[in-house]
Design a protein around this ligand. Sequence first.
Ligand code: FAD
Length: 471
Amino acid sequence: MRGSLASTADTRDHAVVIGASIAGLCAARVLSDFFGQVTIFERDELPGTPANRATVPQDRHLHMLMARGADEFDGLFPGLLKDMVAAGVPMLENRPDCIYFGAAGHVLGTGHTLRKEFTAYVPSRPHLEWQLRRRVLDIDNVEIVRRLVAEPRFEPARQRVTGILLAPRDDGDPEFQAADLVVDAAGRGTRLPVWLTQWGFQRPDEETVDIGINYASQQFRIPDGLLAEKVVVAGASHDQSLGLGMLCYEDGTWVITTFGVAHAKPPSTFPEMRALADRLLPARFTAALAQAEPVGSPVFHAFPASRWRRYDKLDRFPVGIIPFGDAVASFNPTFGQGMTMTSLQAGNLRRALEAADKNLAAEFARLTRKTTYPVWMMNAIGDITFHHGVTGPVPWWWRPSGALFDQFLGAAETNPVLAEWFLRRFSLLDSLYMIPPPSIVGRAIAHNLRLWLRERRQAVADRRQAVTALR
Ligand SMILES: Cc1cc2nc3c(=O)[nH]c(=O)nc-3n(C[C@H](O)[C@H](O)[C@H](O)COP(=O)(O)OP(=O)(O)OC[C@H]3O[C@@H](n4cnc5c(N)ncnc54)[C@H](O)[C@@H]3O)c2cc1C
């Protein structure tokens, strides 16, 4: 948003949030510190216990919570992680043996100890959302109202959004709700780009990576103690367009999500999912899955493209509204970063609101570009260089970067230091950039060189042995 004509919202009496999913709840939490009243409007029925929701169909599928996201959510809602653990959410504290992590055809060899603190949490998506929701409902100046937002109201004379129109309950007229700020947390399907053109602004450019992902998931139970792992990932790779993940949730049930990239079809029945697991995972998982009891039926989801709406590049933007969460950027779900990226946007929103002298929308867009860019870029490099048939813009340096990364991951299979570095960066800890420092690059080169020399020596020894045998 360069050279925006808009000025900072001056009054902070009432903020309105569209959508009470992860993004809307995080936004409301931050807004409650700056506005007298915050109202979230949500079209869906919100259950009083952890349960799937109709308008969030992705919540039936595996949702990984990155370690960074867990920290950020706990910062927003102190005590959240402690309560989740008390409710049975698995906590993996320095337990690499609880994670089986296959990425791009390589299985990380983290070994049994990590050098730095590493704690991961494995809540189901409905459980996490419910935990956030009940905390938001406890905030005095926040309320959640079940209503469909028809559209924001824009006042051309002031070039600003002045509130929202709620879809009529019966045959009546839409109701107006005034607001000093509207936060659009309506998810990927946001209509903000269309509204902008209706109000005389430009649509944001959209960066997309056409990954063509199809998900198929099934919940199941296995007898306790069969598997040490609570997180199992076998990502798709060069020669393998199918992948899978399995998580053990707070109530002891598991979910297996199988997926195909570049429009590959994942298995559609539980026996077929198990057959894929047989192919992609070591035998101990096959043995455990042989004892699995399915819970419910398989569910499916299509995710055609990762999408980043570049609000940060717009010259003009109305005052009084900002897009938030997936409405700005939605990432390849197989990397498990969406909720964590939303939690980072919450930090951006707080910083933008604190900078009262700056244009709120422009400042939020600028900060969100900084958190989105490194993760978006790394995902896009991974998608485009590792998967045949995935398309998107390809700067010249992506392919060599992808090839080098492949080498790096190869070394991380047997070098615990490299594996730990990757695990932490993948979890968005330490830095959002997946760029190894010289010490780590040097270690990877030395490791690969040692492996190569060992293989050469072995090949020479084998040849000598064969020649001796012939004589
Ligand atoms: C298949 C799949 C798997 C995923 N896996 C992971 C994962 O492993 N890890 C991870 O971190 N992230 C994952 N994600 C991403 C994650 O689900 C989102 O990043 C996260 O839910 C934040 O989204 P959101 O709150 O912006 O939007 P959504 O979750 O889509 O919610 C939007 C909300 O807005 C409401 N709404 C919309 N329009 C209106 C309206 N007009 N009026 C009132 N209410 C409205 C909807 O009812 C809904 O409640 C996955 C996504 C998908 C699709």
